[in-house]
Write a protein of this length. Structure first.
Length: 379
């Protein structure tokens, strides 16, 4: 009874705030199966509520108080009620379904085509994918949708146009050579062949072959190249990870250092994040010949497999997009001893520093290691 009094107070507060009044004659109450019959009767009679076993619908929407099943909303897709039909009674189709779905203003009943309604909702989702490019849910969806970049659509358009022209010529001059493929199937096949050819070219021209270095000390890159070293770190107690790295030129000068928080993940994921951050910074500062060094053989193996089996598929996908740009990237596995400064930088990020930090000058705890690596330290 205490709870029903609380409910009454809430209703009174609602009436005072809204200026409206609750009609007890129209108020229904539904009890749980755990409430005994005596308590039900006492509450219903003392408050004037009508006890019901189902709250029914409000504005044609069912007030759910149980498990949702396929039958819950089956009435929405019922098309036969307006024709006088039922499971036991047949009727006459007095109107075409398309006419029934015509707006009321145009003489129809205003019903909705569910398939077209669903298409509209899907278009809304697609619009939000474009409108909100930095949303986390978008980063999860895009790699799983197998979307293509604009060049892929150009390939498809050109392939279909050529297939139409070729099919028309064969139909007129040599119909015996017409194959079983439709124009669309042939166009898609040619598109995929073009994509594979482009990916093969990118793989052989943009990415230098994977190398291994047995040196225990950092070595400067060739003239005209930049070298960046990346690393990842993970706290074994809570699994929290960070990443960082350094970019240097061919005389060992400090160009840029970076560090950022990654969150709870594996060491390999942190290493891959370090590679992604380094590539992003290298591209943004205008470098177009870059050597990437890391001591993680597992990270390089996952990247070489184009992300297959990677624990975090989104970042390898981004790395592939970066590498596919107009520049040359070489991956090298090095010993941990030669990656000391990257190891220091990977531990400089705070736990919540997801935006990352950039060091244009070497931090104090890296200077001695820079001097060990070479004479190119800038003052």
């Amino acid at each position: 009874m205490d709870q029903i009094k609380n409910m009454e107070e809430i209703l009174k507060e609602f009436c005072r705030a809204s200026g409206q009044k609750v009609s007890l004659a129209k108020t229904n109450i539904m009890f749980s199966k755990n409430v005994d019959s005596q308590c039900r009767a006492e509450i219903s009679t003392s408050r004037g509520f009508a006890e019901v076993g189902n709250l029914g619908k409000y504005r044609r929407v069912p007030l759910l108080h149980g498990r949702v099943t396929k039958a819950t909303y089956q009435y929405i897709t019922q098309r036969e009620f307006y024709m006088g039909k039922s499971e036991t009674k047949l009727g006459v189709n007095l109107a075409n379904w398309n006419e029934v779905c015509t707006p009321i203003s145009n003489g129809g009943l205003g019903f909705k085509h569910l398939e077209k309604q669903n298409d509209a909702f899907l278009m809304k989702i697609a619009f939000n994918l474009v409108l909100h490019p930095n949303q986390l849910w978008r980063e999860y969806c895009i790699p799983n949708l197998e979307l293509h970049d604009p060049n892929d659509w150009d390939l498809l358009f050109g392939s279909i146009i050529w297939s139409i022209w070729n099919h028309r010529n064969l139909s007129i001059f040599n119909p015996d050579e017409l194959g079983k493929e439709t124009i669309l199937e042939q166009g898609k096949r040619m598109q995929m062949e073009g994509i594979r050819a482009i990916e093969s070219k990118v793989k052989t021209s943009n990415i230098e072959p994977l190398k291994q270095s047995g040196e225990n000390k950092w070595k400067p890159p060739p003239n005209g190249w930049m070298k960046f070293n990346s690393d990842g770190a993970r706290n074994p107690r809570d699994g929290y990870a960070t990443c960082g790295g350094i970019i240097r030129n061919n005389i060992g000068e400090w160009i840029l250092g970076y560090a950022r928080a990654v969150g709870i993940c594996s060491v390999v994921e942190a290493e891959i994040w370090g590679v992604f951050e380094g590539l992003t910074h290298a591209w943004n500062i205008g470098e177009r010949q870059v050597i990437l060094e890391t001591d993680s053989a597992e990270a390089l193996r996952l990247l070489a497999k184009r992300g297959e089996g990677a624990e975090s598929p989104i970042i390898p996908q981004r790395i592939r997009e970066l590498v596919g740009r107009n520049w040359t990237v070489s991956f090298t596995q090095i010993r941990r001893e030669a990656n000391g400064i990257a190891d220091i930088m990977s531990k400089k990020s705070g736990r919540d520093d997801f935006a990352g930090k950039v060091c244009r000058e070497p931090p104090g705890d890296t200077i001695s290691r820079l001097q060990e690596d070479g004479p190119g330290l800038r003052s």
